[in-house]
Design a binder for this molecule. Structure first.
Ligand SMILES: [Fe+2]
Length: 213
């Protein structure tokens, strides 16, 4: 396997995703960005450009990823299994676009302010697309382009932010364990218990076996 996670017989589809011979998407369009402050909906690539695999993100940063069928989310057995296994008993749907959200600009500004949560942030993209930016171990941004079918779990304590891309629309399923708490704690939060626990887990290596993807 190459450092990108691709194998010799992988092919790029029309949308730019690498797929294995069986058609499964090999990894997301992940990239490092050097500057996004002034261009929240654009991708600015680090030079040299580097792909990052979901596996690396799990092993290095504790981020989980599944690719599911967004058209059948109400009856999806795989989603049910994930929810049961991880205790995600709360679920709601969020339509993010200027027409459907009050104080849209302000909300987006808050989402795009770097923050952590005391709990996991679990988002399943059902329609549209958007960007999650997360910090790697070297405090560099990794931009995750989520599209329909992508379920990601950001661990508690990881610095991150979210914005829409130029499509300006995303429909997200939000999952949670118990009563949801969406409180963001804006950076710096080095003394927050979730942050200290997360940093410690990175030092101890988050995981060695991939349970998602
Ligand atoms: Fe968040």
């Amino acid at each position: 396997m190459s450092s990108t996670g691709r194998r010799r017989n992988d092919r790029k589809d029309k949308s730019g995703w690498w797929r294995c011979e069986a058609g499964r998407r090999r990894h997301g369009l992940w990239m490092m960005v050097v500057k996004t402050k002034d261009y929240p909906t654009s991708v600015i690539q680090m030079s040299p450009f580097r792909w990052i695999t979901w596996q690396e993100c799990y092993t290095d940063l504790g981020v989980l990823y599944w690719q599911l069928n967004p058209k059948d989310y109400e009856n999806d057995e795989e989603l049910k299994k994930i929810r049961e296994a991880r205790g995600y008993n709360y679920m709601d749907l969020l339509d993010l676009c200027p027409e459907k959200v009050a104080n849209y600009e302000e909300k987006l500004k808050n989402f795009y302010t770097e923050h952590i949560h005391a709990d996991e942030e679990i988002r399943y993209c059902l329609e549209g697309s958007g960007y999650f930016d997360i910090r790697d171990k070297g405090d560099r941004w990794i931009r995750i382009w989520i599209r329909a079918g992508d379920l990601i779990v950001l661990p508690a304590g990881i610095y991150h932010r979210f914005t829409l891309d130029t499509s300006n629309y995303v429909k997200l399923m939000r999952l949670f364990v118990g009563e949801p708490v969406w409180t963001p704690y804006n950076r710096p939060q080095e003394d927050h218990p979730a942050r200290t626990k997360y940093v410690k887990s990175l030092a101890e290596k988050v995981g060695t076996a991939l349970e998602a993807y």
